[in-house]
Design a protein around this ligand. Structure first.
Ligand code: 13P
Length: 252
């Protein structure tokens, strides 16, 4: 059985005091435990240290939203995998559509980052997803195929089995327009099939594949009821402790 994984991607929101306040509130809301659901918070880099301290002793894990692939060097403005490990991250989101769209990330750079994550003991949450234009022109499957194979090129089976995938259709991000449960399942199932092709069925069955795009407490249970949807990567609804806790509870 795959343990559901609910991750809150805060994007470029929350100062340090806001981060600490959120975590203290969330811990109260989840005082009875996370109920067999793995919970991950992905604050901006500036809040990671404070988040790690506030989360100490809880079973909530920490993720970064991005990183560079080199260990150190003259790369102004970048953060390395060992720096994320040192500050307490277990996961790192890689290849988010906003990184691809606004910061020039490609399947090649995502692949370098995925390999660097594994080298330094971080678990990548690899994001893939089509734009509205691509969906409407009928190339969703092709886009997902290219992104999945590109991101995972050169990984061994053990690495592939341990990563997390997130299907985030770009047209559903921040728009209030969620993919239907069936549409999300269709692409998540496609992703699992691709994982089986590149790493074998046994590895593919271990991978948690999240859905992301306007996830809210009200639509979580329907999505989670689908066989290949193993969690959610939540943006807007992860910014308030009560709605994020509502999603975690609905995923149980
Ligand atoms: O991009 C997302 C999570 O990474 C989804 O964002 P929203 O939940 O705000 O649509």
């Amino acid at each position: 059985m795959r343990m559901p994984l609910i991750a809150g991607n805060w994007k470029m929101y929350k100062t340090v005091p806001e981060t600490v306040e959120f975590i203290n509130e969330l811990k109260k809301l989840l005082a009875g435990g996370t109920g067999g659901v793995e919970v991950v918070l992905c604050p901006p880099h500036t809040s990671l240290g404070a988040a790690a301290q506030a989360l100490a002793g809880s079973d909530i894990n920490l993720a970064a939203q991005n990183m560079y692939w080199e260990e150190q060097g003259a790369f102004t403005g970048e953060i390395s995998p060992p720096m994320l490990r040192e500050i307490g991250c277990k996961y790192v989101i890689l290849g988010h559509s906003e990184r691809r769209q606004y910061f020039g990330e490609t399947d090649e750079t995502v692949n370098k980052k995925v390999k660097a994550a594994f080298k330094h003991g971080l678990i990548p949450i690899v994001c893939v997803g089509e734009t509205l234009e691509q969906r409407e022109s009928g190339v969703t499957e092709k886009v997902i195929d290219t992104q999945v194979r590109g991101a995972l090129a050169g990984l061994d089976r053990t690495q592939t089995a341990s990563l997390v995938m997130a299907y985030e259709p770009v047209w559903a991000i921040g728009t209030g327009r969620t993919a239907s449960d069936d549409d999300a399942q269709k692409v998540n199932g496609l992703i699992r099939g691709l994982l089986a092709e590149v790493a074998g069925r046994e590895a593919a069955e271990k991978v948690r594949i999240q859905y992301g795009g306007s996830v809210k407490p009200e639509n979580t249970a329907g999505l989670m009821g689908k066989p290949d949807i193993d969690g959610a990567l939540v943006g807007g609804a992860s910014l308030k402790p009560d709605s994020f806790a509502g999603i975690i509870k609905a995923a149980r």
